[in-house]
Design a protein around this ligand. Sequence first.
Ligand SMILES: [Zn+2]
Length: 564
Amino acid sequence: MMTEFVPADIDASTWQNLQPYYQQLLDRDFKCSGCLEQFLLDRSELDAAAAEAGSNLYIAMTCNTEDEDAKAGFLHFVENVEPELKKVGFELNKKVVSCQHVQDLDSDRYSVLLRDWFADVEIFREENVPLQTEDTKLGQEYAELCGALMVEFDGEEKTMPQMGVYQQDQDRTIREASWRGVAERRLQDRKNIDDIFDKMVKIRHESANNAGFEDYRGYMFAVKHRFDYTPEDCIAFHDAIEQTCMPIVRKLAQERKEALGVETLRPWDLAVDPYGHAALKPFDDADDLIEKTAKLFHRMDGELGEMFDSMRDGGYSLDLDSRKGKAPGGYQASRDRQRKPFIFMNAAGLPRDLDTMVHEAGHAFHYMLCRHDDLVWYRGAPLEFAEVASMSMESLAYPFLDEFYTKEETKRAIRKHLEGIVSVLPWVATIDAFQHWIYLNPEHTREERTSQWLELVKRFGNDVDWSGLEMEQEAVWHRQLHPFEVPFYYIEYGIAQLGALQLWLKYCNDPKESLALYKEGLKLGAGKPLPELFETTGLQFDFTAKMVGTLMKAVEEALDQHAE
Ligand SMILES: [Zn+2]
């Protein structure tokens, strides 16, 4: 079965061009499950064309933010095409799940897709549409407040990322002054941000009730298609992190304190290199980065090396160098019609850039390995697994970092990366547990919210001395955008990290076998439920204290091996 429904040269960047094809799909009759399959194939190609148009516009805008046409093109798509796609997408889902032939479809092939669409249709409520719009608007208000944050420092107006640089300074007084500058500025918005959040909690609880859920947590588990794990699994995961990860975090904090020679660790002592090393510089420019990364992947695995080389196509698939007019950050995007990946980043020669390169290459490998699937919805995977594909590459790269560093530097880079893993898990638990509490107690007061936050900080904090900074500590969560803009999205990083660490341990024992499993698992795309994606990759979908404990023990040993 194939599709010729969408012309190869369609300009899918306007709704006007897309609408007639979507209308044809809406009008189509199904006489048998074969008709339904053809419909899915045709729709997939149309959705892919629309997605690629959006992707191309986004890429064009981020590669040159000074190009007004590019910006206008992307905004036009977001404002005029995406809402229509959302509406028609829902109608088409409804049409499929209510079709009498849907039962005759091969469940091995379609059950994951249908499970998602059934859920979407089941929880949809017309009266929630304006509530969601309101929620999005509040999210924009929050983003605007954060985007407008500027601090006067060193005689100049500085942005938050610019202020962050001072946290690496060896001079403690500079770190403290810049930290205080940022915290004081943030506190000015404290009331506004709490106001926004109160409104969000109210709206979210109401929309959950409208959809027949007792609380927003249950509703969001359905919205996010979390069929394969429960809120209780997440709570067990928080406990596991507390038991097995926190002892290492506290040990690292103790070592840091001693290395810095300070009485107590203050919030401005956490980012600086405690041994006073100069910053690492793994590469010169984008060409150097590409050259060395290619060598790294060829040494890791011939096939991955070749997949990386296939992206070296004269700038079509890689835009890595940092230059004026380029948007910040890094991402991997796909062009779903041509089935080609794209990596964007701002390489400035920093170790973080190297991590980003390897991470985004993992996402690109994932895409290349599952792009054979004719259903666009299966070309990718839920975040809990998609981030396994990318995060694991960061750890599997350890033996090849000598392409970028001396022996001594490699040791430092690995240690820093391992420290990052250990410190991010408690933060994931904090943010996730906080959200569980918030939406199970939607009537809470601000004081109750604050004391819940402080309780979590006690469980998952790393012995930092906040004395005299109580107000600042109470408002720390205000700077984490997820609870505001993408509620309940965060635990995915923790789940994926467990998978990535398992793969890394396997790789240390048997590199060949583990890479073969990596590719097997990625080839499935999103076509199987999460536990099966993990199993096919040779990993367990397991958040228990036993699993987390085993992984943390391995990380602790590796940290010792790479100690100063
Ligand atoms: Zn990622």
